[in-house]
Design a protein around this ligand. Sequence first.
Ligand code: CP
Length: 318
Amino acid sequence: MEKIGKNGKPLRHMMTPLDFSSEELERLFDLASDIKEHPDTYKDACNRMKLATCFYEPSTRTRLSFETAMLNLGGQIIGFSDANSSSASKGESVSDTIRVISCFADICAMRHPKEGAPMVAAAHSRIPVINAGDGGHQHPTQTLTDMMTIRALKGSLNGYTIGLCGDLKFGRTVHSLVNAMLRYPDNKYVFISPEELRIPSYLKEKLTDMNIDFKEVERLEDSLPELDLLYMTRVQRERFFNEEDYVRLKDFYVLNKAKMELAPKDMLVLHPLPRVNEISVEVDDDPRAVYFDQVQYGVYVRMALILTLLGLDGGAHA
Ligand code: CP
């Protein structure tokens, strides 16, 4: 049965990008593009509404991007950026916390180190909950950001050879992006990682079942000439069981100017950030490096998501 939120509208959450149909995603990206072109139209769309950011794990971009998005919409923000400054440190459960947050705010973005924690919150919430990253599982709003960037700068989401490079085992942005891009035909995937950090088998099984072309390789240099998109990721230190393995693998890939010479002239380099050493700063001035543009697209897409989940997407830009 459809649940109704505290604003009297059907209650929707975003746990994975697949919670939205392809048509809904298209509408979301169109709305984000309109926000980019006409920001003033939306400046009061969330007047007197509050976004709660409940971050049990560190973040720079996602939390501040959500907060910027809500402020740009004329709304207000509350929240915590550290589990230790919340009552989680006294043993409060996520389900109790979201019941409390539902009394204060109209929408909540939650990041948690445990896979599935935002889903638990959604099940007990009276307001929309957005998964802002749960452990090594999913990071749907980063995926929306990535897709919006690709769509805006390449023109569509179809027909690319996409290289994903780095920590494909623990990188939740990779898992989320591959899952979401599987809906778009004619994309091929090149998974570039050391043996220990390979893409999880459940994703490979999905690709195989859907007859989607993919390969796993170790050397970045060999793959670069065939790529339309290169999605670099950092090695996720916080998810390693021992420091020795992290130290051994952390600089396995470093994209530099010399390697960029091997890539097509129109290949885009994306990165969810934060970057550690995997992209040399000398690449930043290359017009193909779009990871800071990606951050800006993230604000527009989060504004569009907030409006959509609050049921304000129809009226606000009509
Ligand atoms: N891309 C991303 O999730 O960055 P933060 O960890 O800084 O939010």
